[in-house]
Design a protein around this ligand. Structure first.
Ligand code: MIG
Length: 647
C-alpha cells in the first residue's frame, strides 16, 4: 500500500510516473514530522532492523550506523566514509517487524541520519518545506521495493552490445590509440564490444565537436569498427563553451537556453573547455534542443554515450576563483562551502513558471540532462541506444544507466561496488556498474582479475581509469590468458544475463538483490552483504581481499557450485551452510540455486557473433524462461519470452 503526502508546493521531479492521489490525512504513519527551517522526519528503529536503499551511497547494503547526504557532488577521492556521491536516491526501506519504505521526493538537499549515534533514531532532514513523501507498506522489504519500482516506471533498455565488455581510459587521444586498444584485445582473444572516447576526442573539450586532427574521419572509423562488431562511446559534458561562432553556443544564447546568474545574464562556470554556460535542462524546450544536438554523433553512426560533469561539476565561476589546494578540512563538513555557494549563484526556470536557484533543485540537474539526451536519442535512432550518466536522481533510470564515478584502484572500492549494486537496483538503476579496476590510483593484476570477476555480473562492465594512472587494459598484465578467461565468462553468460536484465526491467523488478530478499526467513542470509543474487538463478560470492586464495561462502540452500576456468564449466552439487571455497585468480566460482537453470552461450569475441538461443543449460532445474530478441529492437515485450526445457 502506498500513501502520498504533500508538503508546501513541491517541485515536480517526475520520479513517480503513477498517478497517486495525495492523502487527505495529516498524520503520517511510521514517522513524526517537525517543521522548522529544516523539516525533520524521525522514527525509532527496532534493535534488529535493517535499513536498505539510498542507491548510490557508500558504506554497506545495510545503511544503518551512518549519515548520508543527498547533494550531488563531484568528489574524485572516494572513501567509504564519504557522505555524498553523484546521485540522489532518496528511497529507503526499514526492514523490521512492520517493514515500510519511504521516498522523499525533493530535488533539495537531504541529510539522512540512519542511527549514526546508535540511539535507534533514524532522522531525515530536508532543506525545504516543499516535498512529496511516499510511504509504502508491505509484507516484506523486497515486496516494498517492488511496489516502489512499480510507481517510478520502467528502466531504460540498452541494446545487447551494451552488455558486452567495454574498454575505456581517460587518455586515449587519437584514432590510432583506439585502433591499438581494439587490436590488442583481438590479439589476446579478449572479447570486446565498445571503446569509450574520453574528453580528448573533442575539439578543445567542446561538446558536439570532434578534433579533426585526431579523428580525421569519425564516421568512416565508426563504420570500420562496426564491421568488427566494435562501437565507440563518446563522452558528453554538461557545460557549453562560451565561444561565439559555435552554433550550439550561439543558438543557446539567442534562445535563452542557458542558466542565468542573479544579475540576469548567462552564468559562467569554468569546466574542461574553459568558461561555459549550463543548459537549463529544467525547461522542456531546452531539453529538446539539447537532445537534438546528439544528431552530430548519430549522424556519424554512433549509438552509445556517457554524460559527465552533470552534478554539475565546476572548477571556478565568475564569482569564485579556482581552488589552489585540495580541501583538507572536510571532516564532518559535507561539501566545501565555497562550492556550495556556486550552486546558489545560478537559476533555473521551471516549466511551472517558478524560478529556483540550482542549490534549491540541485539534485535534478544531471537527471534532466540524462532525460534530454535519452529523449533526443529516442527521436534520432530507430534502435535502442547506450547511455549512462554520472549524476542522477530517481526517475533518470527510465532514460539511461549510471556509473558510480571516480572510484579508486583499491580493495575497499571493489567492495563498495558490490554493495552499490543491490542498493542501486532498489532505486530503479538496473543498468549500472563501477569503473572496473578503479579510476584513481594504480591497479594491480590481482585487483583487476578479482574486479573483473565481479563486473562479469554487473550490467555495465567497463574497465576505466584516469589519465595520470598506470595503464590498466587487460593486455598490460602478465599472463593475459587469465584475463581472457575471466572476461570470456561474461560472454558465455550473456544469454542468461541479458534475459534476466530484460525480464527485471520489463517487470519492474530488481536484477541484483541482497540474499535477504530471496531468503527472508534465514537469519544468517539477512546479515550477508558480500554475496549477491543475480537474476532468478545465480548467487555470487566474490573474493574481495588481496592475497587470499578463496573465501568462506554461505549457502542458504543446496546449490550447484559452478567453477569457470580455461577448461570450461565444472559443476558440483553442494549442500547448504558454510563452505570454504578456493578461487584461483584465473577461475570464477558462482552458484546456481536448486531447481534453477542458467543458459550459457557459445564462446564469442563480441555480441555481434552471439546467438542468444544457442545455449546449453547448467543447473538442476527443468525449465527456464528465457528472454531473447535481436538486441536492438525498441519493441520489447515479455511476449518475446521462450521457455526451455532440459532434456
Ligand atoms: O574532471 O573526462 O568521472 O570518468 O574520465 C574529470 C575525464 C572529468 C570525470 C569522470 C571520468 C572521466 C574524467 N571526468
Amino acid at each position: 500500500m502506498i500513501t502520498k503526502f504533500s508538503y508546501g508546493k513541491p517541485v515536480e521531479t517526475d520520479a513517480v510516473v503513477q498517478d497517486i492521489p495525495v492523502s487527505g490525512h495529516e498524520q503520517i504513519r511510521h514517522f513524526s514530522r517537525k517543521k522548522g527551517p529544516v523539516q525533520y522526519f524521525t522514527c525509532m528503529l527496532g534493535e534488529d532492523d535493517i535499513v536498505y536503499g539510498l542507491g548510490e551511497t557508500m558504506r554497506g547494503v545495510n545503511k544503518r550506523g551512518a549519515r548520508y547526504i543527498s547533494f550531488n557532488y563531484d568528489d574524485p577521492h572516494h572513501k567509504d566514509d564519504m557522505p555524498s556521491m553523484y546521485g540522489a536516491h532518496n528511497f529507503l526501506v526499514v526492514d523490521g517487524e512492520k517493514p515500510f519504505g519511504a521516498f522523499f521526493d525533493t530535488p533539495s538537499k537531504i541529510v539522512f541520519d540512519i542511527d549514526s549515534k546508535s540511539t535507534g533514531v533514524l532522522s531525515v532532514a530536508c532543506e525545504t518545506q516543499d516535498l512529496y513523501l511516499y510511504i509504502i507498506e508491505g509484507e516484506s522489504a523486497y515486496g516494498i521495493v517492488k511496489q516502489f519500482l512499480g510507481i517510478i516506471g520502467r528502466s531504460f533498455l540498452p541494446p545487447l552490445w551494451a552488455f558486452g565488455y567495454g574498454q575505456s581510459r581517460w587518455g586515449y587521444k587519437t584514432e590510432r590509440d583506439v585502433r591499438r586498444v581494439a587490436a590488442k584485445h583481438e590479439e589476446a582473444g579478449i572479447p570486446l564490444d565498445y571503446i569509450c572516447m574520453d574528453i580528448d576526442y573533442m575539439d578543445r573539450y567542446i561538446d558536439f565537436t570532434v578534433n579533426k586532427r585526431r579523428f580525421p574521419d569519425l564516421a568512416g572509423f565508426t563504420a570500420r569498427l562496426k564491421e568488427k562488431g566494435l562501437r565507440l562511446v563518446p563522452i558528453v559534458d554538461a557545460g557549453i563553451k562560451i565561444e561565439p561562432g559555435n552554433p550550439v553556443y550561439d543558438e543557446g544564447v539567442k534562445n535563452g537556453y542557458f542558466c542565468q546568474n542573479h544579475e540576469g545574464t548567462n552564468f559562467k562556470a569554468e569546466v574542461w573547455p574553459g568558461m561555459t554556460h549550463f543548459p537549463d535542462f529544467f525547461q522542456e524546450k531546452v531539453r529538446r534542443w539539447f537532445g537534438d544536438q546528439y544528431r552530430f554523433y548519430t549522424g556519424q553512426g554512433l549509438t552509445g554515450f556517457w554524460n559527465d560533469m552533470n552534478e554539475p561539476a565546476i572548477f571556478s565561476t565568475e564569482y569564485r576563483t579556482k581552488d589552489t589546494k585540495p580541501d583538507v578540512e572536510r571532516g564532518d563538513v559535507d561539501q566545501p562551502e565555497r562550492h556550495i555557494a556556486d550552486f546558489k549563484d545560478f537559476f533555473h526556470r521551471l516549466d511551472d513558471g517558478r524560478e529556483k536557484s540550482n542549490y534549491e533543485v540541485h539534485n535534478l540537474y544531471g537527471a534532466l540532462m540524462t532525460r534530454a539526451s535519452g529523449e533526443g536519442l529516442d527521436r534520432l535512432l530507430d534502435q535502442r541506444y547506450l547511455l549512462f550518466s554520472r549524476s542522477s536522481y530517481i526517475g533518470a533510470h527510465r532514460y539511461g544507466g549510471i556509473w558510480t564515478g571516480d572510484n579508486a584502484s583499491t580493495w575497499e572500492m571493489l567492495r563498495q561496488n558490490v554493495y552499490h549494486m543491490p542498493s542501486l537496483n532498489m532505486c530503479g538503476f538496473l543498468y549500472s556498474g563501477a569503473d572496473t579496476g578503479g579510476f584513481g590510483g594504480n591497479c594491480t593484476r590481482e585487483l583487476l582479475l578479482r574486479w573483473l570477476a565481479v563486473s562479469v555480473f554487473t550490467p555495465l562492465m567497463r574497465n576505466h581509469t584516469a589519465i595520470f594512472t598506470k595503464n590498466q587494459e587487460c593486455y598490460r598484465f602478465r599472463q593475459v590468458e587469465d584475463f581472457q578467461t575471466v572476461v570470456s565468462l561474461r560472454y558465455r553468460l550473456l544469454p542468461y544475463l541479458y534475459s534476466e536484465f530484460m525480464k527485471a526491467a520489463l517487470r519492474q523488478d530488481m536484477l541484483i538483490r541482497p540474499l535477504a530478499f530471496d531468503y527472508p526467513g534465514d537469519g544468517k542470509a539477512r546479515r550477508i552483504q558480500d554475496q549477491l543474487m543475480v537474476g532468478e538463478s545465480v548467487m555470487i560470492a566474490p573474493v574481495l581481499e588481496q592475497g587470499v586464495k578463496g573465501r568462506v561462502v554461505y549457502l542458504p540452500e543446496p546449490m550447484t557450485e559452478v567453477r569457470w576456468s580455461r577448461e570450461g564449466f565444472a559443476c558440483m552439487e553442494v549442500g547448504a551452510g558454510e563452505r570454504t571455497v578456493m578461487a584461483p585468480l584465473n577461475q570464477v566460482v558462482f552458484y546456481i540455486r536448486q531447481g534453477k537453470l542458467v543458459p550459457v552461450g557459445k564462446q564469442v569475441l563480441n555480441t555481434s557473433e552471439l546467438d542468444l538461443l544457442d545455449v546449453e543449460l547448467l543447473g538442476t532445474g527443468t525449465e527456464y524462461e528465457q528472454y531473447a530478441d535481436d538486441g536492438f529492437t525498441k519493441d520489447c515485450g515479455l511476449n518475446r519470452c521462450v521457455v526451455r526445457r532440459k532434456e
